[in-house]
Design a protein around this ligand. Structure first.
Ligand SMILES: [Zn+2]
Ligand SMILES: [Zn+2]
Length: 142
């Protein structure tokens, strides 16, 4: 077990803690992520779900991702900050939005996914592996 990683929303109503480092991080240009980020790619760090503790009561939005997977997205009902999401086909992991981490530096992306959905002005890091659509971050993860 490594040092704990903490995060929360803009207004402070929701806080969370994880007791281990992320297993991966990446930028996603799927259309859903563009809504959730305000227009850009979203950057998420993938964590094993075990060891997650949450204080406060995030609200949830359930829907289907562009990949077809059922997604449950948690956000602060007071300030609207996207916090983390769970995918039905990866029940042991969750994707934490980089912006919700107290230290967003932990979420340096290792790849970019859903580049096919990026707008013409979207900046995709040419130094990183890129995928036009969905690929699993690690086996069994979203
Ligand atoms: Zn909030
Ligand atoms: Zn996405």
């Amino acid at each position: 077990m490594s040092a704990s990683i903490t995060g929360g929303c803009l207004c402070g109503a929701v806080r969370f803690r994880l007791d281990h480092a992320p297993v991966a991080a990446r930028a996603c240009w799927c259309r859903d992520c563009q809504y959730l980020s305000g227009g850009n790619a979203s950057v998420s760090a993938i964590f094993r779900k075990a060891g997650l503790t949450v204080t406060g009561r995030p609200r949830r939005h359930e829907g289907r991702a562009d990949s077809g997977t059922a997604m449950r997205r948690h956000f602060c009902g007071r300030c609207g900050t996207p916090l983390f999401s769970e995918a039905s086909d990866a029940p042991d992991h969750l994707a934490v939005r980089a912006g919700a981490l107290d230290d967003p530096a932990l979420a340096r992306p290792g790849s970019t996914i859903w580049t096919a959905s990026a707008p013409p002005w979207g900046l995709v890091d040419p130094a990183l592996p890129r995928h036009e659509r969905q690929v699993a971050a690690v086996p069994g993860a979203p």
